[in-house]
Write a protein of this length. Structure first.
Length: 394
């Protein structure tokens, strides 16, 4: 007899800002803005729920964030620290299921089918998961529960922060009617504006539209996507994620992004995340892949095979940045960026770089190895962060 599908989408609440409030108790209850320092060029990477009350959101300029909340706590990005906490949280997730899809530094899908005998029904399992994350990291998560990944993701957004919401099988179509059309995941600003120009201002109105009508106004891919999601049908965007012979990380922006500075900074953050996972797992890869998704949910990818295993964060960043440039013309805002390495194999020893690798590249590799060893031996020490991630300047 088959097992009914059960997916959790688990999302850390205001992750970067929550880590800062965890490490600095004096910041708790205050509006914390991460990534945009007053008087310096840059944008908001994340903010606490207290800051959101002032209308601050990710990708907002630091100038605007400071104008809206001059008394806020403005902090630099500490990516190494966030990655460290992310690994701790993902380890908790993995203790609940062997099938974990980490889709960004602060969220993942857990396939919970067949775990009822261990953790009880889904709501009970979600409560146990929330308690475990809080006990082991001091952070809160929100859990969305459904029979598909897409609905689970909508469910987690429906009850934030520190929430838990279940959409039972058969209730998907009714559930999405409760979701404001602007909160349908995958519906960007331009699509939303076009929908409203057509008089479609709710999920119910969208559901009344025939598929040929949506295809005609939004194109084949977006038309089918809209026709499915308003009916509670999973469009399958994560079905091929998390394959066993690849390591990847991706970020979905809260607000569509067309600023090259934000894009390049995000690529660097993702490259660092992927490279350190490679080093921790003692694996190597010579194939780099990037994925970009624009405001209309058009997704494209690019891949490059190298003649040698990727040797450093900087090399991975440079290759990924060039691949992103091939798939993004800067005229179209982006919703998502992902980078990864595929064809991952065990690292048989010292990584051999290109034949004429310069001394700088060799030193970079050595520094990254030293940082990894330092993290393992002294996890309590403050994390060292790249200057580019610490500041907001190119």
């Amino acid at each position: 007899m088959g097992t009914n599908p059960v997916f959790f989408h688990v999302d850390l609440d205001a992750f970067y800002a929550s880590v800062e409030q965890l490490d600095h108790p004096e910041f708790r209850g205050k509006p914390v803005i991460v990534g945009a320092l007053p008087g310096r060029r840059g944008v908001v990477s994340a903010c606490s729920y207290e800051a959101r009350k002032f209308g601050i959101h990710s990708a907002m300029s630091g100038y605007e964030a400071h104008r809206r909340c001059p008394h806020g706590v403005f902090l630099p990005v500490r990516m190494q620290r966030y990655q460290e906490v992310s690994r701790q949280v993902m380890a908790v997730f993995s203790s609940f299921t062997p099938v974990l899809q980490q889709i960004s530094i602060d969220e993942g899908f857990l396939d919970m089918a067949g775990t009822k005998r261990l953790f009880g029904p889904p709501r009970s399992a979600a409560d146990q998961l929330k308690d475990a994350v809080r006990a082991q990291t001091g952070l809160t998560v929100t859990v969305g529960i459904a029979s598909s990944r897409y609905i689970a993701k909508l469910a987690s957004a429906y009850d934030k922060p520190d929430g838990r919401y279940e959409v039972k099988p058969g209730e998907e179509a009714d559930f999405v009617l409760q979701v404001p059309i602007e909160d349908l995941w995958g519906v960007g600003k331009k699509t939303l504006a076009r929908l409203r120009a057509l008089g479609i201002d709710s999920v119910m109105r969208l559901r009344e539209c025939e598929l040929p009508f949506l295809r005609g106004h939004f194109g084949e891919s977006s038309g089918v996507y809209l026709h499915q999601v308003c009916r509670g049908i999973d469009p399958g965007i994560y079905r091929d994620a998390g394959q066993s012979h690849s390591i990847s990380s991706e970020t979905t922006f809260e607000t569509d992004v067309d600023d090259p500075e934000i894009v390049h900074r995000t690529v660097l953050e993702l490259a660092e995340h992927v490279m350190f996972r490679l080093r921790e797992e003692r694996m190597q890869s010579s194939t780099v892949t990037v994925k970009v998704r624009d405001h209309d949910f058009q997704t494209s990818s690019a891949q490059r095979g190298l003649k040698h295993p990727v040797s450093s964060v900087d090399e991975l960043f440079q290759v990924a940045k060039e691949l992103v440039a091939k798939r993004w013309n800067r005229a179209v805002p982006l919703r998502l960026i992902g980078i990864g390495v595929s064809g991952v194999t065990a690292d048989g020893g010292e990584v051999q770089g290109s034949l004429f690798e310069d001394e700088t590249a060799s030193r970079r590799r050595a520094v990254e190895e030293a940082l990894l060893q330092l993290r393992h031996k002294h996890p309590e020490t403050p994390q060292i962060t790249r200057a580019r991630l610490l500041s907001n300047d190119d």
